[in-house]
Structure formats: C-alpha cells, structure tokens
Design a protein around this ligand. Structure first.
Ligand code: FES
Ligand SMILES: [Fe+2]
Length: 414
C-alpha cells in the first residue's frame, strides 16, 4: 500500500482522544506527506515586520525544501521570494539576515531588484529577455506585526485570520517593536510532538518551576473550551474589554487559530521570577491598563505567542525532519527600550530560556519512547489535554481532507 493510503487509513481508523500511531511521529515518508499536505499549503508565520524595518532589510527561512527570502522593498512593502536564482538555481541570499539595496546571486552575480525583477545578468545573449527571469514570488501577508507566507500556488484566504487577530494584537504595536533577543533550539522530536507538548499544561507543575511562578496551569487557561465557566477568566475579560482591549476567547471554526487574553497568577505582570516587569518601558503606549496578563495566540502549524504589558514572546516552529524540529523564540520590547538601562537581558529571557530547554527535554524523551516497538497510542486527559486533542483533530482533519481531494490517494493501491 502506498504511503498516502497508509496515512489515510490510519487517520480514519485512529482512536479519538488517543495519541497517534508511531508512524506519524517517526516515519520519513509520513514527514514528506506532512510537508506536502500541511507545510506547503498553510499560511506560515516566519517573522516580524520590525525585523525588516528598512528598505533592503531581509531575512531567510527554510521550509522543507523551500528556501525563502523575506524583505522590505523600496516602497516599504514586505515581500517574499523563492530564494533560488533564475539562472541555475543557486541560493541568492545565503545569510540568515542582512540588508542590501539589491539581491546579488553569489554564483554569477545575476542581480535582482527588491521587487524581484532581474536588473543585470552579465554577458548573456543579445536577445536575452531579463523580464522573463524575475525571482518567483511567494504569497506574503503581514498583520499587526506578524509576517506570514504561503507556499501554495493558490493560498487559502488570509483575511479570516487577519480579521480575528488584528484587533487583539494591533494595540500592542509589535510593528514598531524591536527584537531584544532571539534563540533557536533544535528539538529531537517530530513537529507534532512539539505542538502536543505546547497545547497542554498537564506537564507544567512537574517540569516548569520558573514558568509556574507566573503562568497558571488551569486547564481553562491553556485549553480550548472557551473558558466561559471560569470566573477568573471572565472577570479578566470583562475588566479589560471595558478598557478597550479585546480579550475574550475566540477560535476560528477551522480550529487553526485562537486568540485569548489570560490572567497571570496573583499580581504578576510579566514572565519573571518575581512577577514584576522585565522592561521598564511599556511595549505599547496604547496599552496602559494594569495586569493585562498574557495575550495568547496560536496559529497551526507555526506559531504560539504571549504578549504582555512590558514585552512579547513569540515562537516559530519549523520542521527539519521526521524527528527534528527547530523552535525559534523572540523577545520583543519597545523599540526605544535600552538594554542595561530599561531592561536586563538575562531577567527578560530567563524564564522562557529555562522553559524552552525543559520543553525540549520533554519532547525528546517523548520522541525516544515513541520509537519503541512497544509504543501504542495512549489516552489524553480529558481535563488537561483538550488542547492536544484539538490540535490532533485539526491535523487529522487537514490531512484527511487533503489526502482525499480529487480521489488522488486512491489511485495507486499496491
Ligand atoms: S546561479 Fe545565480 S547567477 Fe548563476
Ligand atoms: Fe512546557
């Protein structure tokens, strides 16, 4: 049986409320299918507007086999291109990030304008038509300081996401913030394990002593049930919305993204050991309420986020192989905040540096155990792991729909 049919069969026969079969977490062929069915089709968070603050600023990202460059052009527009030269395919931008008035391919110096058009190609034939060899564009959208790309030829609508998240995020002015620190770790586990771990706080008490000083492990806070039955949450929302800050739990009907503002423990206002602000300057002058808690956003399959009064922590997940995932964390602060004066970098990053490393170990142990021939799917906790079930349901629904589209999956039964 070919791998598409194999995956389809397993998705259809899976036991709901249980973790997935081993192949979903370990098999390289399943990983290729995940790339085709999810990563090459969905909108992916790649970075922030403030990382391409000026014309010519760029950063690069690798999604499966696709190298992509994201830049700001001379008109101020944020664009994305396939980072593959139209001459013989070399990567054009080889740096992780940089700034350049033009994109010059290092191989034979074909030179592209920031709008992707080919400006110069040395010593080509007289009738060579440069206009036919622009860099290929990648769909690119930015909302409230977040840049998303989509590799699909016909991307799904971006508007439903923008409409849901924009009112929640725009007041925090992440478009104008700055990245105070960035860290990328490689977790030796499948990207779905990284997500499953993120979508519950069942593991928090036993693993995250630093985070648990400020972040409540209540299932209503992490979960996806809406939270209306939790008086702490509803009180928080009512107070903040009265002050003009959208806060209530909202999830798109597809289950792919959710925004919600949750309280921190007691009087805590930031992810510090003391709960006190890590940054003296507020992230946004527009948000002056006290104890706003954390504005949480997830958008499958690439990002989860926490926006606080004094800083934001944003996360990007990118798959590397069936058993390796890159997780990039960025700490954003007010662009005028000065390191060493308005904030101390270690105080700012300590809790999540520790938490990320703890999560890495958890994910790696999970992956290790799943490799065992003795592994079989086990039951999620209904009380604590509703978010995990919701993620797995979204994943299974997505792959099932896409595997059956056009009946392609049934063509080649071995
Ligand atoms: S491959 Fe880019 S200039 Fe030749
Ligand atoms: Fe964790």
């Amino acid at each position: 049986m070919d791998v598409r049919n194999d995956m389809l069969k397993r998705v259809k026969n899976r036991r709901e409320g249980y973790s997935l079969d081993q192949a979903f977490y370990t098999d390289p062929e399943y990983f290729r299918l995940d790339l085709d069915l999810i990563w090459y089709r969905d909108w992916l968070f790649v970075g922030h507007d403030c990382e391409v603050a000026r014309a010519g600023s760029f950063f690069t990202v690798q999604v499966g086999d696709y190298p992509v460059v994201i830049l700001r052009d001379s008109d101020g527009q944020i664009r994305a291109f396939h980072n593959s030269c139209r001459h013989r395919g070399s990567r054009v931008c080889t740096e992780h990030r940089g700034s350049s008035a033009r994109l010059v391919c290092p191989y034979h110096q074909w030179t592209y304008d920031l709008d992707g058009s080919l400006l110069y190609a040395r010593q080509m034939a007289e009738d060579f038509d440069k206009s036919q060899f622009s860099l290929k564009p990648v769909a690119c959208e930015s909302v409230a300081g977040y840049i998303f790309i989509c590799l699909a030829e016909k991307p799904a609508e971006f508007a439903p996401f923008a409409q849901l998240m924009q009112p929640y995020f725009a007041p925090h002015r992440l478009t104008e913030a700055k990245v105070a620190f960035e860290s990328t770790i490689i977790e030796k586990g499948n990207w779905k394990l990284v997500w499953e771990n993120n979508r519950e706080c069942y593991h928090c008490a036993g693993n995250h002593p630093e985070l648990c000083k400020t972040y409540p492990e209540a299932p209503t806070v992490t979960g996806v049930a809406g939270g209306d039955e939790d008086p702490d949450l509803t009180e928080h929302w009512t107070r903040l919305e009265a002050g003009g800050l959208p806060s209530r739990f909202r999830m798109h009907e597809s289950g792919q993204f959710r925004a919600c503002r949750t309280p921190l423990i007691g009087d805590a206002v930031s992810y510090t050991i003391s709960g006190r602000p890590a940054v003296q300057e507020r992230l946004s002058a527009e948000v002056s309420q006290e104890r706003i808690g954390a504005l949480l956003l997830f958008h499958y399959p690439t990002t989860w986020n926490h926006v606080l009064g004094d800083h934001a922590v944003t996360f990007r997940v990118l798959p590397i192989s069936a058993t390796e995932t890159a997780v990039t964390t960025k700490w954003l602060v007010n662009k005028d905040a000065v390191e060493g004066v308005d904030y101390d970098l270690d105080t700012l990053t300590h809790v999540w540096m520790q938490t990320n490393d703890q999560d890495r170990r958890i994910v790696e142990e999970n992956a290790f155990g799943i490799k065992s021939p003795a592994y079989e799917p086990g039951p999620y906790s209904e009380l604590h792991e509703g978010g995990v079930m919701q993620f797995v349901d979204w994943y299974c629904r997505s792959v099932e729909t896409r595997l059956t589209e056009g009946g392609k999956s049934l063509r080649s039964v071995a």
